[in-house]
Design a protein around this ligand. Structure first.
Ligand code: PMP
Ligand code: GLU
Length: 395
């Protein structure tokens, strides 16, 4: 039979992060000792108090469909979390629980973008943003910031990118892949620009909120004038090491929340009931319960930055959040190392995989073709060994 897939799927790029994860799995199955610094997921177990809540939910016979936008108790826990951590006041009509932050972002893009509407993506951006915008028939507009400006675009750059077609701005802070964090002052400068464009909606992805080594997290919706035009995305994947449980959520204007509810009511329904019950417990817990993971990431950040600085060719800044470093490796471009022609970041990443047996992700699909992403959500031993292997491979 002829393969007659839609243009929609034919034009959709494969997620580079998940593709690298699949390749790593495949090579390991062939017996190769790959150190995986490619996938952005905590290497911790889900905390016991959360697991216990899930077991309790099973025994309490939580097994039916849930409300599409989540159990009210979970929405209340989300409301409590937004108030406690972000000084944001939402009511239940403003919250939608989803099958991960990824779905929350997709919902928002689907319900806001018409064909040809532009979505500004400060680059580097998370791989799925551009794909999601294109799926929603929008046009991703990249605005790039390199390592020399800590991977953070300026308010002037934002202003220059706005056109009459701009409908949305989508960014993550702490940022995946760079680890950069927008300060209150920087967000205020964006808000000042946006005063002149009242119809643009900001989608602020704050999934790495708690993994912050600097001056703390600021939510865009808490900046003066931004509450009514900002959608805040968050979830439990990163903070609670629950990537596979698939729960995320959004808070924002109720007209957007209503539309997202309608959207997921036709595609996925409410997310897994057991995971939702466990998330009530997770979100009600004090942040101190997950501090041990953040402390471990901080230690690994120091280690990987030190080891990278001892090698030539890796230009990094000091990421303030998340668990990624995003070195500019363009110094290697045009060189030939051990028979590998390093003509771009993709080739360099492949070289590291084949020669150093270290999996990274090339920056191309993050809108940053000079860089590669390394996740330090790995043990200190793995990080040390990975950097040693890379050093040997490039020397
Ligand atoms: N946003 C960013 C910036 C991410 O790195 C990820 C990766 N997990 C997501 C959203 C998706 O998170 P979730 O697992 O909740 O779908
Ligand atoms: N967000 C993680 C990453 O960037 C997980 C993979 C994914 O969902 O794309 O690696």
């Amino acid at each position: 039979m002829n393969e007659q897939l839609s243009d929609r799927i034919n034009n959709l790029p494969t997620s580079a992060t998940l593709a690298m994860a699949a390749k790593t799995r495949e090579l390991r199955e062939q017996g190769k000792d790959i150190i995986g610094l490619s996938l952005g997921e905590p290497d911790f177990n889900t905390p016991d108090f959360v697991k216990d809540a899930a077991i309790q939910a099973i025994n309490d016979n939580y097994n039916s469909y849930t409300p599409v936008d989540g159990y009210v108790e979970l929405k209340d826990a989300v409301i409590h979390k937004f108030k406690r951590d972000n000084n944001l006041t939402y009511d239940r009509s403003q919250i939608v629980v989803s099958t991960g932050a990824k779905q929350s972002i997709a919902n928002v893009a689907m319900v806001l973008l018409n064909k040809g509407d532009e979505c500004i993506l400060p680059a580097p951006y998370w791989v799925s943003y551009s794909a999601i915008v294109e799926l929603a028939e929008g046009v991703p507009v990249e605005v790039a910031a390199g390592v020399e400006q800590n991977f953070k675009i300026t308010a002037e750059q934002l202003r220059a990118a706005i056109t009459p077609k701009t409908k949305m701005i989508l960014y993550s802070s702490p940022n995946n892949p760079s680890g950069s964090v927008f300060s209150q002052k920087e967000l205020e400068a964006f808000a000042e620009v946006l005063k002149d464009y009242p119809d643009i909606i900001v989608v602020s992805d704050e999934i790495y909120e708690h993994i912050n080594y600097g001056s703390g997290h600021v939510s865009m919706a808490a900046i003066e004038g931004m509450y009514d035009r900002t959608v805040t995305i968050n979830g439990v994947s990163k903070a609670f090491a629950m990537t596979g449980w698939r729960v995320g959520y959004m808070g924002g204007p109720s007209w957007i929340a209503r539309a997202c509810n309608k959207m997921q009511g036709q595609i996925t329904s409410g997310t897994n009931c057991i995971a939702q019950r466990a998330c009530i417990t997770a979100l009600e817990a004090p942040v101190s319960k997950i501090q041990y993971m953040i402390d471990a990431f901080a230690e690994r950040r120091t280690l990987i930055l030190k080891l990278l600085s001892e090698m030539e060719g890796f230009v990094t800044d000091e990421p303030e959040g998340a668990f990624y470093v995003f070195p500019d490796v363009s110094a290697f471009f045009g060189r030939e190392i051990k028979g590998h022609k390093i003509y771009n970041a993709e080739a360099f990443s492949l070289f590291l995989l084949e020669e150093a047996l270290v999996a990274t992700v090339s920056g191309e699909s993050f809108g940053a073709p000079n860089c590669i992403r390394m996740s330090y959500a790995a043990s200190t031993e793995q990080i040390t060994e990975a950097m040693k292997r890379i050093k040997d491979a490039i020397s």
